[in-house]
Design a protein around this ligand. Structure first.
Ligand code: BMA
Length: 325
């Protein structure tokens, strides 16, 4: 049995400036800011597409830009992308949790986000070149579904989307394929939630978009443990085959990051760490992981790509073997 508790504690380093963005930083009145998509722009600046919850409880998206990805954030003076329920009824109760993928073939960023309305939460897709104007493609995965990200290029001629439909039997990670980003099929389970007492029992979901490495798609995912005092959101690691991303090559047994600090254990929803985006530093090894903490603020943790991969080689196991799940 692999517990590897000591090595996991040093995999993610919280930044001393945490939390790096809170409602007090916002140029207009909001309740909270959390769960941000992230990308590096051509000029090297970091862009966060933040989920902002207003004081009605509805979410929209707002851009924050920074030269070093840590501080000095320039925040759009008004919401960058507001729900538009007249044209897109699926956005009636807001838009949430964006994941950004740069798609070289299109020369555009693809944003997969949760659109929330009376039918439940579903997955919507939008494209943008500049994070100022957006082309909405509407709902691409019907409710209940969330935690989606597009892979950056076609696989076998088809676009690939990771997402997390919900069923009463469990919430597992799926992958689906499309010739045109609008029509989706070839649905396959990528990775299942475990059962029983596990930290990732019953409900898992993709965090930030998978990172392409020579060993496979390195993937952070969240697991949700239900306890008598509520849900605990923690982060685990898995590696998927580059050419067949529905094949899980390795999955760690322990979580590698969980709520510990005051801003993670408190907040509007306690005990939540929820990354939706990351950037990779010029050394091509350091990852900046941006995560929502307690559904109230945005924090930054740094990790080494090489250390995450070697932790998985030591502590991960292929899926499908008898592993007591
Ligand atoms: C999930 C999502 C996230 C949120 C988390 C904890 O289901 O809705 O946006 O951060 O719950 O509340």
């Amino acid at each position: 049995m692999h517990l590897a508790i000591d090595s996991t504690e040093t995999l993610f380093q919280r930044h001393s400036a945490n939390p790096i963005l809170t409602n007090k930083d916002w140029p207009y009145r909001i309740n909270s800011v959390f769960n941000a998509g992230a990308t590096l722009l051509d000029d090297g600046c970091t862009l966060l597409l933040c989920r902002v919850e207003d004081r009605r409880g509805l979410s929209h998206l707002c851009v924050a830009r920074s030269v070093n990805g840590i501080d000095g954030w320039a925040i759009d003076p008004e919401p960058t992308l507001m729900p538009d329920p007249e044209k897109y009824p699926e956005e009636l109760w807001g838009i949430e949790d964006p994941r950004i993928t740069y798609v070289p073939e299109l020369g555009k960023y693809a944003i997969a986000f949760t659109s929330f309305a009376k039918g439940g939460p579903g997955v919507s897709l939008a494209l943008t070149k500049d994070f100022r104007s957006f082309e909405r493609l509407g709902v691409i995965m019907s409710p209940d579904d969330k935690d989606a990200a597009l892979l950056p290029y076609r696989i076998g001629g088809l676009w690939a989307l990771i997402h997390r439909p919900m069923t009463p039997l469990g919430c597992h990670m799926w992958i689906s394929y499309s010739p045109d980003l609008r029509h989706w099929g070839g649905h396959k389970v990528m990775m299942e939630a475990r059962k029983g007492a596990w930290w990732d029992a019953n409900k898992i979901g993709l965090c930030s978009p998978p990172i392409e490495t020579s060993e496979g798609w390195l993937t952070l995912y969240h697991g949700v443990k239900n306890t008598a005092s509520g849900s605990l959101y923690r982060i685990g690691l898995a590696l998927f085959d580059l050419k067949s991303p529905d094949i899980c090559l390795l999955r760690g047994d322990s979580w590698i990051f969980g709520p510990e600090t005051e801003y993670e254990r408190g907040g509007d929803v306690h005990d939540v760490v929820f990354p939706c985006g990351q950037t990779i530093c010029p050394d091509r090894d350091t990852i900046n992981i941006y995560y929502g903490a307690g559904d109230s603020c945005i924090a930054l943790a740094q990790a080494s790509l090489r250390s995450l991969l070697s932790w998985l080689q030591e502590n991960g196991r292929p899926e499908g073997l008898d592993n007591n799940r």
